[in-house]
Design a protein. Structure first.
Length: 144
C-alpha cells in the first residue's frame, strides 16, 4: 500500500511546501496540512498567531512511484523519460479522470500514457515541476 502524501504550491509566498507529519515550518511561516470534510487544505497562522488562515495553494498528491534516482513523483512534476531508442521524452504528471489515475502528459490532449509500475522499465527522472520551473512546462507544451 502506498503512503498518502501531499505537497502544496503556496501562491502567496511562491514556495513549495512539503508535508512532514502534517505540519512544517518553512521560512517564517508554520504551515499545516489539514484534513477537512474529505479534502486536504493548507493552512498557516495569521500575522499575530491568533487564527489559522487558508492558503491560496495548489495541492499535489504523491502518486506512489519514484523516479530512477528514488525521488518521489507528485502530480505537477515534470518528468524526463529515456525511451528505448535513447531519445528523451518530457512530460508533466496530471490526474486523468477518464482513466481514474495519473498520466504522463506530453503536451497534446491525446498524447499521454498511464503512470504505472511499467514505468520502472524506463530510465526516468523528475526534472522540475510546473510551478517552480514554468519554462520546462512551456517546452513540454510546444515540443509535442
Amino acid at each position: 500500500m502506498r503512503k498518502i502524501k501531499f505537497r502544496a504550491w503556496d501562491e502567496g509566498s511562491n514556495r513549495m511546501i512539503f508535508q512532514h507529519d502534517m505540519n512544517c515550518v518553512t521560512g517564517n511561516k508554520e504551515y499545516y496540512f489539514s484534513l477537512y470534510e474529505e479534502s486536504v487544505e493548507l493552512l498557516h497562522y495569521d500575522e499575530d498567531y491568533s487564527a489559522y488562515v487558508k492558503c491560496n495553494a495548489e495541492l499535489m498528491q504523491y502518486i506512489g512511484l519514484k523516479d530512477s534516482n528514488k525521488n518521489e513523483i507528485y502530480k505537477g512534476d515534470i518528468v524526463k523519460i529515456e525511451d528505448y531508442f535513447g531519445d528523451d521524452i518530457i512530460g508533466r504528471v496530471i490526474y486523468d479522470e477518464t482513466t481514474a489515475g495519473y498520466v504522463f502528459h506530453k503536451g497534446n490532449e491525446r498524447n499521454y500514457f498511464q503512470m504505472t509500475l511499467d514505468l520502472e522499465g524506463y530510465v526516468h527522472y523528475v526534472i522540475g515541476n510546473i510551478y517552480e520551473n514554468p519554462e520546462l512546462l512551456e517546452e513540454v507544451m510546444k515540443s509535442h
